[in-house]
Ligand binder design. Structure first.
Ligand code: BES
Ligand code: MN
Ligand code: ZN
Length: 491
């Protein structure tokens, strides 16, 4: 997909589909739109009237333009109310335009989205993200060439010349989101701990990141008994992946992203029964996927921030070597864990990952994990839950998520609930009672972070969607990449 910023106005643009956008309270044909409408013998006002187009966010209508005109189709897009029109509505409008153009088999699309008083740079970036993500279709596992066809080749951003940097940013971020989506959507026989390490290797060599992969023996030396307990039933070797991005000059700050990397979660001996969604547990590396996707974007964006990307990657399987319910594991900080449920495995892998990460002496740690069904039940598919031991970090994340158009809701780190994790025989159990399950999971992780500002994001709902959404097909969503990038870039 080629993006081009131009100063051509909607009056002079020629191509297959021209999209123009309206705020809800201003669906009127005035100014240049009126002139164009006249030139096209009233087709725009007709379209608005006939489809009762009201300009609500995400809405659209399309029609063909007759006889020998310079454009073939007109698309009208809704931006919602002007006063509460967030960046997200521009992202959505652009994605909608691209999807409509694609469906109408257009090769070129002109986006005539008059920016009024908006911040042109961020709006351009959001629109490019919308187009790139809206058009992304995962056809890797389809064999029919018809399914792989794409029509749209070029998108012109009208009146936005000079926004080339913002276009590039949007494309770089979208490439990271798409990597995360594809890692999550690929099945567990294709994305394994071994291929995850290979993907990290490719990212490192292609984008100049540093990479350290700790093999099982290295993890043993570091005493990562908690991570290795989860890994021990798999026929595939665990891989502890540490990618890092180092800026040219002195970094303004140092941060770390940690992602849960279960390429498949069978539940272990506390096996997931059928009907529990076991067949979607290829998504259980969603945190690691977001971590890799963010690494891909950051390596291209080159901010003046040092960023570490960490994931303890393995499968949670069953075999004669599997950890048993009741086994006691010792994590790399010396804490002992009674495994009362082998299906609460993510936190066991994250425990050692967090201990390792804190030794890097970063200014803040954010972990992402498809951690609990309880979080999915509490907040649904669209909203991720987050917990933090630091109010400043929490506020930064809220802001970053809002600009990214990703929904994030803070949950309490209610210390009292840790009582449910007390073990009579070890320092703690790995699973608490059903009630408050997402909170006790967060409190468990907290045992492995001593003093660094830290936030935990539970993406059990947000990492995956069964049905197509605004600009996400069914499968992995790439949730979190845009939020993390915004957070890393923010001052
Ligand atoms: N990977 C799952 C959580 C999950 C559930 C992710 C649904 C995405 C969709 C996690 O490892 C798990 O099994 N958690 C258990 C914890 C329980 C045993 C304390 C859960 O949520 O049931
Ligand atoms: Mn599990
Ligand atoms: Zn899991």
């Amino acid at each position: 997909m080629d993006f081009r910023a131009t100063d051509t106005s909607i009056l002079n643009w020629s191509g297959d589909a021209l999209a123009i956008a309206f705020h809800e309270e201003a669906v009127n044909v005035t100014g240049d739109v009126a002139k164009l409408d006249e030139k096209l013998s009233g087709v725009i006002s007709e379209l608005i009237e006939e489809t009762e187009f009201k300009g609500s966010a995400g809405s659209s209508a399309v029609t063909r333009v007759g006889g020998g005109s310079q454009i073939r189709k007109i698309i009208v897009l809704g931006l919602g109310k002007a006063e509460d029109s967030p960046l997200e509505n521009w992202r959505l409008a652009a994605a909608t335009a691209a999807k409509v153009a694609q469906k109408e088999r257009c090769k070129t699309l002109g986006l005539g989205l008059n920016l009024w008083n908006n911040d042109a740079s961020n709006t351009t970036q959001a629109m490019v993200e919308g187009v790139a993500l809206g058009l992304h279709k995962d056809t890797r596992f389809k064999s029919d060439p018809e399914e792989k066809k794409s029509f749209l080749e070029q998108v012109d951003l009208l009146g936005l010349s000079g926004q080339e940097d913002a276009i590039r940013r949007g494309q770089q971020i979208a490439s990271g989101v798409i990597l995360a989506r594809e890692l999550v959507s690929a099945p567990a026989n294709q994305v394994t701990p071994v291929t995850m390490a290979e993907t990290a290797q490719q990212l490192a060599s292609e984008y100049g990141l540093s990479l350290e992969i700790l093999e099982k023996e290295d993890c043993e030396k570091l005493g990562m008994g908690s991570f290795l307990g989860v890994a021990q039933a798999s026929d595939l070797p665990p891989k502890f992946v540490h990618l890092s991005y180092q800026p040219q000059g002195t970094p303004r700050r140092k941060i770390a992203i940690v992602g849960k990397g279960l390429t498949f979660d069978s539940g272990g001996l506390n096996l997931k029964p059928s009907g529990s969604g076991i067949e979607t547990m290829k998504m259980d590396m969603g945190g690691a996927a977001t971590t890799f996707g963010t690494a891909k974007a950051i390596a291209q964006l080159q901010p003046d921030v040092e960023v570490h990307f960490i994931s303890a990657v393995t499968e949670n399987m069953i075999s004669g070597r599997a950890m048993r319910p009741g086994d006691i594991l010792t994590a790399s900080n010396g804490k002992t864990i009674e495994v009362n449920n082998t299906d609460a495995e993510g936190r066991l892998t994250l425990a050692d990952a967090l201990v390792y990460t804190e030794k890097l002496e970063v200014d803040a740690i954010v972990d992402l994990a498809t951690l609990t069904g309880a979080c999915l039940i509490a907040l649904g598919e669209d909203i991720a839950g987050f917990w933090s031991n630091d109010d400043t970090l929490a506020e930064q994340l809220r802001q970053a998520a809002s600009n990214a158009g990703e929904k994030l809701w803070q949950m309490p780190l209610e210390e009292k609930y840790f009582e449910g994790m007390k073990s009579p025989i070890a320092d703690m159990k790995n699973a608490g009672p059903r009630a408050g399950g997402a909170i006790t999971a967060a409190l468990f992780l907290k045992q492995f972070v001593e003093k660094t500002p830290w936030a935990h994001i539970d993406i059990a709902g947000a990492a995956w969607t069964d049905k197509e959404k605004e600009y996400t097909g069914a499968g992995g969503t790439g949730y979190g990449v845009r939020t993390l990038v915004n957070w890393i870039l923010s001052k």
